[in-house]
Design a protein around this ligand. Structure first.
Ligand code: CAO
Length: 439
């Protein structure tokens, strides 16, 4: 005897005419008890309607984008008798449900999945879906179990590439995606960037001459992933300016011995830290980060400055805290200590966290400008190149002045070009009028 079970829409609260946003089965499909048949979406949440019994879908009474209310029939299921565990273990195939013949006595029972509230309670809370995800062309192809798994991990399935036949997303795809987000090799932002770039060319370099393999250091691997993410996910623009530091350099040199006596060097960098603090105070948008949803700016009221340090193992960025509360000698002493720690590979993770703005100085080496990469979640970074004497027109004649090249990279989503030009000029003018700074 076949029992036809009508599966109806359960109590869905005060909602009526709720859209069917996913149909997860087709006529003729064999379903398990508790297997989801359709997904409904109310204003507040999405919910799956499970099959109350195991069987075969004899009729599907709804299709995508239909609207349903409590009691509407979703499907008719030919229920099958339960197969015992021992039969399954022994590999006995489940008998196909008998075709209902006119002669066969059949019964029809309307079953509203009364277990729905319990079922819901066992599931992770349904999450609202956006309209785009409900469109058939963009709905990720994944089983309800995988959808549930993805929801539990807080993963947006539309960003996961399916590796199974027909692009179906399997459990491994979800875990691989989560792993790539955690390691920073995938942009994890809302509306993130899934570049479909061609792989780099495979070249056997030994065909052209002698080669040697040098493994990347741990720091290179880690910082490389972050630099890559920041470069790809932040729209960078670099504003270049020149600061006349003739006076500042005279002052610095006059104070160099004072620092030397205390066991550290007074380099131009600490003046730039102070100028950066002054500029961050004048332009608070530069001392900000986008929040996770990219809907707000988090404005910081503290002034922790990251300094890029070149070490034998790669680039690290220790952070000097509360630079607004320290004078140039304190900053120079701390900078010497932190950069030594960095070179010795002894920096603690906490010493590289909490930065508001970074400075990358190549002034000790050379160059006239470069494009520093923003250290996310910061929104700007100052690159410093080597100062040199350049002729400056004073209105009557050229004067030899010590000019310092500044390269300010900024996140164009947060900062516009005019503000960047003002910030760079302000910072330069602080160095030019260094006595106005709280040194
Ligand atoms: N113009 C001219 N001379 C400069 C200068 C500038 N902008 N900046 C520093 N100098 C001079 C210093 O005064 C010092 O001169 P003396 O040897 O005569 O005293 C010399 O250059 C070397 O300075 P330094 O590099 O030891 O010290 P610093 O305070 O300028 O920088 C630190 C410290 C840790 C930032 C630096 O050593 C460093 O690691 N820089 C590399 C940063 C980097 O790799 N950035 C790129 C990141 S992206 O890959």
């Amino acid at each position: 005897m076949t029992t036809h079970i009508e599966v109806t829409v359960p109590d869905i609260g005060d909602f009526g005419d709720v859209p069917v946003i996913e149909v997860l089965v087709a006529k003729g499909d064999t379903v398990e008890a508790e297997q989801s048949l359709v997904t409904l979406e109310s204003d507040k949440a999405t919910m799956e309607v499970p099959s109350p019994v195991a069987g075969v879908i004899a009729e599907l009474r709804v299709q995508l984008d239909d609207t349903v209310s409590e009691g509407d029939v979703i499907a008719v299921i030919d229920a099958v008798a339960q197969v015992s565990d021992s039969e399954q273990v022994a590999g006995t195939s489940k008998p196909a449900p008998p075709e209902p013949s006119p002669a066969a006595k059949s019964t029809v029972a309307a079953v509203t999945p009364t277990a729905q509230p319990d079922t819901c309670a066992r599931q992770s809370p349904p999450v609202p879906m956006d309209a785009k995800a409900a469109l058939p062309s963009s709905t990720p192809y994944a089983s309800p179990a995988i959808r549930r798994f993805a929801r539990e991990l807080g993963t947006d399935l539309s960003r996961v590439k399916g590796s199974a036949r027909g692009g179906r997303i399997i459990r491994e795809d979800v875990t691989a995606f989560v792993k790539s987000v955690m390691t920073g090799s995938t942009a994890s932002s809302k509306g993130g960037l899934d570049f479909d770039l061609p792989p780099p060319p495979k070249v056997d370099f030994s065909r052209y001459g002698e080669t040697e393999l040098q493994p990347l250091t741990r720091i290179q691997k880690i910082s490389g992933a972050y630099l890559h993410r920041n470069w790809l996910s932040i729209p960078h623009v670099t504003q270049n300016d020149l600061a006349d530091i003739t006076g500042m350099e005279a002052f610095r040199k006059a104070n160099a011995d004072k620092a030397k006596e205390q066991g550290f060097k007074l380099t131009p960098l600490v003046f730039m830290i102070k100028a950066a603090v002054a500029a961050l105070k004048a332009f608070p948008i530069f001392n900000a980060s986008l929040d996770q949803q990219r809907e707000n700016l988090v404005l910081k009221k503290f002034f922790h400055i990251g300094i890029a340090v070149d070490t034998p193992n790669g680039l690290v960025v220790p952070v000097l805290r509360d630079c607004d509360q320290k004078d140039i000698f304190q900053l120079a002493a701390e900078l010497a200590e932190l950069s030594q720690k960095a070179r010795d590979g002894k920096l603690m993770p906490t010493e590289m966290q909490g930065g508001c703005f970074s400075i990358s100085s190549l002034g000790g080496i050379g160059g006239t400008s470069f494009t520093p990469i923003i250290n996310a979640p910061e929104v700007a970074i100052l690159g410093v190149s080597r100062s040199s004497i350049r002729p400056q027109w004073d209105g009557e004649s050229f004067q030899p002045r010590m000019m310092l090249p500044l390269s300010l990279s900024y996140d164009h989503r947060v900062i516009d070009g005019a503000n960047a030009a003002r910030f760079a000029r302000y910072l330069a003018s602080c160095l030019e009028d260094f006595k106005s700074m709280d040194l």
